[in-house]
Design a binder for this molecule. Structure first.
Ligand code: HAM
Length: 416
C-alpha cells in the first residue's frame, strides 16, 4: 500500500468520471443561465463567524466544521455550504437586487463517511437575494425540478414545508421544547440530547423508537401567521400552475438554522432513506442582516453532486460522456508526422489521439482500436514521400489514400 492515500471521506475524481462531473455542472449552468443566474465563486475559506450564522445549534456548525487559526491569528473555516458565503459576498459588494447567482464546488463537513456522505463533497446551487415574492420561491424550485428532468431523472420527490415567519417559528420551537420536554423519557437518548440543543431537529429523527412521539407532536401549520400561510399558499399555487408535483410534509425541518417560511427537499426515491436527500433549500430572510447587511430576503437551494449522480446511476441516465477521440494518428516514421497531423486536427476541433514512444505499426493500430476512434490516419514513409495519408475507417475496415493537405475535407466525407 502506498504511504499516502486520500483521507477518510475524501476522494479523487478521475477520468472518465470527472468528465461526467463537468457535464453535470455544464448542464446545471445550461438550466439556470437562461433564468438570469450568473456564476458566483466565493472562496473556500472564510471567517468562522460567517458560517456560525448558519446556526450554532446545528451539527454542521457545532460538530462538523473544519476550522483552524491561520498564521495571521484569524479563526477561519473551510465552507460547509455556500449560502452563507454568498450572503457575505452580497453584504460586501452590495450588488443591485434581485441578485441571482449560481455556484458549484466543494464543501467540507466532518461527517461519518459512507455511500453518499463524504467529508469533501460538491454541490451546485442557486441563490436569489432581494425579493420575497413567493413566485421567486417557485422559480427557484422549478429550476431544480427542470434540472432533474434535464438529467433524465424521474424518481425524485419534492417535499415542501413552511417554517413560518421568525416569530411563528420561535413560538413553534418553544411549543416543541415544552411538549417533548414533558415526554422526555419516551424519546431515545440521542433525541433527548437533540432536544436540549435544537428542539426542531427532534422532528428529523430517523430512529424508529421516536416515530410515534414525532407523529403526535405539535404541527407547524398551527403556528403560521396569516402572512406565512398566504406566502405558502402562493408557492403552492405557482407550483401547481407549472405542474411541478410535490408533497407537503410539515415534519420537514432542514439541517441548517437560517430557514424562514418556505423549505423544501428533493428526495431520490431509489436511494436509502437515510441518505436520500439529493438537495434542498428554502428562504433565509434574516441571514443577510445577521451578516451585517441591510434586511434582504433570500431563497435558494443546493444539490449534492454525488447523490444526484448516484440517483442517475440507479435510473440508468446521464452516464459519463464518451471520452473517445474521433481520429487516431498512426505514424511509423518516428512521430513527427503524428505531432503535426494531430496538432492540425485538434486546432480544427477534431478530437484526436496518437501513440508515443515510436511503437510498431501493429501496436499503434491496436491502440487506435482500443481508443474508440472511428478513423485512423496512417502515415508511413511512402505517404510522406507522396504527400498523402491513409484514411482507414475503423468501423468498416475500409481505407483509401488522400492528399495530406485535403485531410480534413476527406474526414468529413468519410465519416461526418
Ligand atoms: P444541505 O441540505 O445541507 O443544504 O445540503 C444540500 C445537499 O448537499 C444535500 O441534500 C446533499 O445532497 C448534499 N450534501 C450535504 N452534505 C453532504 C455530505 N457530507 N456528502 C455528500 N453530500 C452532501 C445546504 O447546503 C444549503 N446551503 C442549501 C441552500 C441553498 N439553502 C438555501 N440556499
Amino acid at each position: 500500500m502506498p504511504e499516502f492515500q486520500t483521507s477518510p471521506g475524501m476522494r479523487d475524481v478521475l477520468p472518465p468520471d470527472s468528465g461526467r462531473w463537468r457535464a453535470f455542472v455544464d448542464r446545471f449552468a445550461g438550466t439556470v443561465g437562461p433564468a438570469g443566474y450568473g456564476l458566483v465563486a466565493p472562496p473556500l475559506l472564510e471567517d468562522l463567524g460567517v458560517f456560525q450564522r448558519v446556526g450554532e445549534a446545528t451539527d454542521v456548525v457545532s460538530k462538523e466544521m473544519y476550522d483552524f487559526v491561520d498564521k495571521g491569528g484569524r479563526h477561519v473555516a473551510l465552507r460547509p455550504e455556500q449560502t452563507a458565503g454568498v450572503c457575505r459576498a452580497f453584504v460586501q459588494h452590495r450588488p443591485a437586487t434581485p441578485w441571482k447567482v449560481w455556484y458549484h464546488g466543494p464543501n467540507f463537513r466532518y461527517e461519518k463517511p459512507q455511500r453518499g456522505r463524504y467529508r469533501q463533497f460538491d454541490q451546485v446551487g442557486v441563490e436569489a437575494l432581494g425579493s420575497d415574492d413567493p413566485y421567486l420561491d417557485v422559480e427557484v424550485i422549478a429550476l431544480a425540478w427542470d434540472f432533474f428532468a434535464a438529467l433524465g431523472l424521474r424518481r425524485v420527490r419534492l417535499v415542501l414545508n413552511s417554517l413560518g415567519e421568525p416569530d411563528d417559528r420561535a413560538a413553534y420551537v418553544r411549543a416543541l421544547a415544552g411538549w417533548f420536554g414533558d415526554r422526555r423519557e419516551e424519546l431515545t437518548k440521542e433525541s433527548q440530547e437533540t432536544l436540549v440543543r435544537n428542539p426542531l431537529r427532534v422532528l428529523d429523527s430517523k430512529r424508529d423508537a421516536d416515530q410515534a412521539l414525532v407523529a403526535a407532536a405539535p404541527r407547524i401549520h398551527d403556528f403560521w401567521s396569516p402572512s406565512a400561510a398566504a406566502h405558502f399558499a402562493d408557492v403552492r399555487r405557482g407550483l401547481d400552475h407549472l405542474a411541478v408535483p410535490y408533497v407537503v410534509d410539515d415534519r420537514l425541518v432542514r439541517g441548517l438554522d437560517y430557514y424562514r417560511r418556505t423549505t423544501f427537499e428533493f428526495q431520490g426515491l431509489t436511494l436509502d432513506s437515510a441518505q436520500n436527500a439529493l438537495g434542498g433549500g428554502g428562504r433565509y430572510d434574516g441571514l443577510v442582516e445577521d451578516l451585517g447587511g441591510p434586511a434582504t430576503p433570500g431563497v435558494g437551494f443546493a444539490l449534492g453532486v454525488d447523490r444526484t449522480l448516484i440517483a442517475c446511476d440507479d435510473e440508468g441516465v446521464f452516464g459519463a460522456p464518451d471520452p473517445s477521440p474521433r481520429v487516431f494518428v498512426v505514424d511509423t516514421t518516428g512521430g513527427f508526422q503524428a505531432l503535426s497531423i494531430a496538432n492540425e486536427l485538434r486546432r480544427a476541433g477534431v478530437p484526436t489521439e496518437r501513440s508515443y514512444d515510436q511503437r510498431s505499426m501493429k501496436s499503434q493500430m491496436k491502440a487506435a482500436d482500443r481508443s474508440g476512434a472511428s478513423i485512423a490516419v496512417i502515415v508511413g514513409s511512402d505517404e510522406v514521400a507522396s504527400g498523402t495519408v491513409i484514411l482507414r475507417s475503423l468501423r468498416r475496415a475500409s481505407q483509401e489514400s488522400v492528399p495530406r493537405e485535403k485531410l480534413i475535407e476527406h474526414l468529413e466525407r468519410i465519416e461526418p
